[in-house]
Unconditional design. Structure first.
Length: 131
């Protein structure tokens, strides 16, 4: 789960708790509806701001990746393939030496390697599809 999912879950939980408090308040139904509408308005504005921040982060990540691709530095362009090769070689060496692969390395490989492979596949297929 991304950091945005964790934060958004907390925010939604906060508004759910506030709605429960409104339900327990001893006021008329009209006042409760006004309070709920006010909370819904605030929740919607927070959600809108949150989504715009998430879109900005995605845009910045994309710009960073594009800058890496256009860079003249060999290492800056190829650090992802180097990491993929390093992780793979480390796991192979540990397996041949009958040493258990650390859980963190296994999790990293389970996330990084398929993502890297998918991205490389997309890089080679998309230009062919555009033609």
């Amino acid at each position: 789960m991304s950091i945005f999912g964790i934060i958004w879950g907390s925010i939604t939980g906060l508004f759910s708790s506030a709605n429960e408090i409104v339900d327990n308040v001893h006021t008329s139904e009209e006042e409760k509806l006004q309070l709920r509408n006010g909370l819904a308005t605030i929740h919607a504005s927070v959600q809108k701001e949150f989504l715009s921040l998430e879109a900005e982060v995605i845009k910045l990540q994309h710009e960073t990746e594009m800058a890496e691709i256009k860079s003249s530095s060999w290492f800056r362009q190829n650090w992802r393939p180097c990491c993929a090769v390093g992780i793979t070689i480390t796991i192979i060496i540990l397996s041949f030496m009958n040493i258990p692969v650390p859980e963190q390395l296994s999790q990293l490989a389970n996330v990084f390697l398929p993502t890297y492979a998918l991205a490389r596949t997309a890089e080679s297929i998309v230009p062919k599809m555009k033609k």
